[in-house]
Design a protein around this ligand. Sequence first.
Ligand code: COA
Length: 338
Amino acid sequence: MTPNQSRQYGVEIIGSGNGLPAKRLTNADLVKMMDTSEEWIVQRTGIEERRVTDWDNGEKTATLATKALRNAVDDAGIKPGDLDLIIVATMTPNMPTPSVSCLVAADLGCTGIAAIDFNAACSGFVFSISAVHELIKGGMFKTVGLIGADCLTQHIDYSTEGRTASILFGDGASAVILRRTDDLSKGLISHAMHADGGGSDILLIPADKNDHPDPANCLDREVGRVFMNGPAVFKFAVKKFPEVIQETLDLAGLDADQIDHFICHQANARILEAARKRFGLSEEKLRININKYGNTVAASCPLVYNELCTDGSIKPGQRIMFIAFGAGLTWGASLWQL
Ligand code: COA
């Protein structure tokens, strides 16, 4: 399709759907695998259980992403053939190439359409939804399937040595369908996207020992596994999370009480509670579902969005803000008029 420079379009979110693995990993399961306790995990993170893929038997990121997009397409009342672009936000593709989006397109029979993966770690979905908005608004694409999908448990050390990171993460995928509309009132109101590679050493997956912040002391078992300086990431998140919300509100000229839902990356319930307090938000306005899924990286925000849609909390005409932060370091927000 040729971009139409002469006019612009509104953008609406017309459907959503999840793709979650069936297998659950509870805190009680973790207690059997490492030196930890159910109380410690719940108190420090708010997490009760997470989902885990059966990777060795072929249940991988693309499996979950395909399931999520199929459910979102059904929810939107369209057909896979109506999509002209599939984007997957992920940092855990099945393999370096082909992309997850190409695998999803093939699974859904969407031969010949555009397919791209975006990697901004936990901020991937939030960065992508702002970018997709611009692609549709300018006329380049009409109906886009955007999926956040990650399987970080492939990169987790479930021994006591890895317990700081392993308790946090779970696998999952969740998708939305975005479509062009002639109603110009619908779409992005404001956004913020930030990155600081100078902070890459506090949250990473080293591909070899040279990537590790302390190469000389990097152990074999740490290669390919999540390395996280928990307190440093916590400090970064508690600072940037409210900052980026305020920045996005200021750009829109709106106050927090004019936003109906803050759809936040689920990294730690304590970080979310701090943001709730800072902006005086009710539990209805800032949903926390980390207890069920843990931190699902790029799938985290759309999983909350889907939950709010499914239980009827999200209604046409509302204003919603997606917010995330993560490795890179990256952080951003995307404010929408539905
Ligand atoms: N079970 C029991 N004890 C644990 C543990 C676990 N799973 N993990 C760490 N500990 C211990 C530590 O060994 C340490 O013991 P010590 O005092 O004897 O040395 C103690 O608990 C405190 O460790 P610390 O890392 O300072 O804990 P914390 O209060 O910072 O909590 C996190 C750890 C990971 C929950 C917290 O730092 C966090 O949430 N950080 C942000 C992580 C995040 O959001 N990452 C994703 C970003 S997208």
